[in-house]
Design a protein around this ligand. Structure first.
Ligand code: ATP
Length: 235
């Protein structure tokens, strides 16, 4: 069943036509990856879905509802979590406070604690660092915290913008394992990556975006062996 559908989305930054008629679909229970080079429009796609950027035309349907032009705090409440590029955690807040911010809509302290326990299950390291300031964590730990904060919302759709960026291969490996585990437990995931090789390995399906246009789509394993994809993104 379709959870998210973009129909012919056009997004502009002033005169820059960043998304040129993007259509894509994410079904419930899938990991879908959007791959492409620098500046292709990957981040803009996620920002348009979460409502940070308004499309000029086109339609976004989530969970059967039209959410085009819905502001970010509302899309968050409907179950869309967006982990932005560059892991924007709150550097001056403690790790615990960062996690609590993720559950901003929850009043019940017990529910918050239960969700936090769930985050510790995926990221045991976070539990040892609760009182540390977010900004003093390593890059990998901050990425884990940024994902953990998103999980505090218990999202239906988790959107990750380049979670592997700037991280050591072993940490990337761990993060991709956790993405797989989250999906196996039922979470739908839209993963934006420049690291096409790793993304296509865990994704059920993938889309390739080039200068604002989707130029190819297919099963993750098909794209992984596709000649054009290999040449452009896996070289
Ligand atoms: P990267 O991995 O480098 O972030 P990307 O595929 O995510 O690349 P976007 O960030 O979505 O690409 O950018 C798409 C296009 O829109 C680029 O040409 C970029 O320069 C432009 N763009 C992005 N943000 C803005 C902005 N705030 N103002 C003007 N142009 C922008």
């Amino acid at each position: 069943m379709s959870l998210l559908r973009l129909e012919d989305i056009n997004t502009f930054y002033g005169g820059i036509h960043a998304l040129k008629g993007v259509s894509l679909e994410v079904n419930e229970g899938e990991i879908v990856t959007l791959i492409g080079s620098n500046g292709a429009g990957k981040s803009t796609t996620l920002k348009t879905i979460s409502g940070q950027v308004k499309p000029k035309s086109g339609k976004i349907v989530y969970n059967g509802k039209d959410i085009t032009n819905t502001p970010p705090h509302v899309t968050a409440l409907t179950g869309i979590a967006h982990v932005p590029e560059g892991r924007r955690i709150f550097p001056r807040l403690t790790v615990k406070e960062n996690l609590e911010m993720g559950a901003f809509s929850v009043r019940d302290k017990r529910v918050i604690e239960e969700r936090m326990e769930r985050v510790f299950h995926y990221f045991p390291r976070i539990k040892e660092r609760l009182q540390q300031k977010g900004g003093t964590m390593s890059g990998g730990e901050q990425q884990m915290l940024a994902i953990g904060r998103a999980l505090m919302m218990q999202p239906k759709l988790l959107m990750l913008d380049e979670p592997s960026m700037g991280l050591a291969p072993i940490i990337v490996e761990q993060i991709f394992e956790i993405i797989k585990e989250l999906n196996e437990e039922g979470m739908t995931i839209l993963l934006v990556e420049q690291n096409a090789f790793q993304a296509l390995q865990i994704a059920h399906r993938g889309y390739v975006i080039q200068t604002g246009e989707i130029v190819m789509s297919g099963l993750g394993k098909e794209l992984l062996v596709n000649e054009q994809v290999r040449e452009a993104y896996l070289a």
